[in-house]
Write a protein that binds this ligand. Structure first.
Ligand code: AR6
Length: 177
């Protein structure tokens, strides 16, 4: 496994309250909003984020953003410079979509590098409405961040509840730097 110098920190709370360079959104392919983290980010970040998303849809992303990919917009009124939207896979009991979930973290870090973002907050992508089991989502998230070469100095996983926090804490302990 490749090692990197990225520090992983864990916070239990609301990702829209974080002060970081970039906040990652667990979006859907339309880029036009939804529930969960996506709804919270658009609500607190204000209309500038949706305006940017609409511009993306009118330009290079006419068909939307593919699962596993990432793209940046303004962060509007959030205490961040950018929102990086990524589309997690819907969990499937019959098909292994882990590579797509790993891709969300890798692609988000690649976009963060392009932007020059050094601190990035991630939610537990796919582990809400998209139904991914939290322990496995945490394993893939931590493993992928640890294995990705990036200039990002701090990855902050922001977990909404104690259950999610414990899952990520367990993975960080299991997968030391
Ligand atoms: N801060 C941090 N974590 C949160 C917050 C918050 N404010 N709100 C929810 N979570 P989800 P997904 C947690 O459903 O599974 C949307 O409609 C939540 O408890 O936001 O990737 C999109 O438009 C869970 O642990 O994202 C898509 O259609 C984790 O964040 C779809 O949902 C992810 O839950 C994406 O589903």
């Amino acid at each position: 496994m490749t090692t990197n110098k990225t520090a992983i920190t864990l916070v239990q709370g609301d990702i829209t309250r974080q002060s970081v360079d970039a906040i990652v959104n667990a979006a859907n392919s339309s880029l036009l909003g939804g529930g969960g983290v996506d709804g919270a980010i658009h609500r607190r970040g204000g209309p500038a984020i949706l305006a940017d998303c609409r511009r993306l849809r009118a330009g290079h992303y006419g068909k939307g953003l593919a699962t596993g990919r990432a793209v940046a917009t303004t962060a509007g009124e959030l205490d961040a410079r950018w929102v990086i939207h990524t589309v997690g896979p819907v969990h499937s009991a019959t098909e292994d979509r882990s590579a797509l979930l790993a891709s969300c973290y890798r692609e988000s870090l690649r976009v963060a590098d392009e932007l020059g973002a050094r601190t990035v907050a991630f939610p537990a992508v796919s582990a809400g409405i998209y139904g991914w089991p939290m322990d496995d989502a945490a394993r893939i998230a931590v493993q992928t961040v640890r294995a990705t070469e990036t200039d990002v100095e701090q990855v902050r996983f922001v977990l909404f509840d104690e259950r999610a926090y414990e899952a990520f804490a367990g993975e960080v302990a299991r997968q030391p730097e």
